[in-house]
Design a protein. Structure first.
Length: 181
């Protein structure tokens, strides 16, 4: 277990089985998953997601870290860091926030905590993220946290309506440390 990651307004904590109910409150909404290859979730799909997160948390070596985003004792989203290469010390972050909390800086705070965790705790060298080109909010978050837009991956994800591109962002440990100086 990694414990808690504390931000200014939020805390990231390991997911718990009972979290599926709060996860479902946002994962069942079409607006939340419009740019994702999953959803809107049924209750069963939200339960399966949380069970898989709990199973991945006890893997050895562990490569997936999924956190509940807690604000004022309420679960308002999730943040995830996946180690994509142990050899190259590379990770990928992702985040999701309940629409009631959109536009208030929560995703930026989640992304910052995940990047700090990746570099400080997991000793990663490079962290990347991708987003749908239509997801302007997520693009702004990735730029705001100091990630560099590297380019566009063409038709790399299959959604219900067809193939979509992804914008690739990244930050290196050395860049992140300079930013904090």
């Amino acid at each position: 277990m990694t414990g808690f990651l504390d931000g200014e307004r939020i805390t990231l904590r390991e997911m718990e089985e009972r979290d599926w109910i709060d996860v479902h409150s946002y994962a069942s909404q079409p607006s939340v998953c419009q740019y994702q290859p999953w959803g809107p979730n049924t209750e069963e799909e939200s339960q399966i997601f949380v069970r898989q997160v709990l199973s991945d948390a006890i893997s050895n070596p562990r490569s997936r870290f999924v956190f509940a985003v807690i604000e004022n004792n309420l679960l308002i989203g999730a943040g995830e860091l996946n180690i994509r290469s142990l050899t190259n010390r590379e990770g990928e972050i992702g985040y999701i926030v309940h629409p009631d909390y959109w536009g208030k800086g929560y995703a930026t705070e989640v992304a910052t905590l995940l990047i700090n965790f990746g570099f400080d705790t997991l000793s990663l060298h490079r962290i990347f993220a991708t987003c749908d080109p239509r997801n302007v909010g997520s693009s702004k978050v990735l730029g705001k946290v100091g990630m560099t837009q590297e380019g566009r991956m063409r038709e790399n994800m299959l959604l219900e309506e067809g193939w979509r591109d992804s914008i690739l962002y990244s930050v290196l440990d050395s860049e992140w440390r300079k930013k904090g100086e």
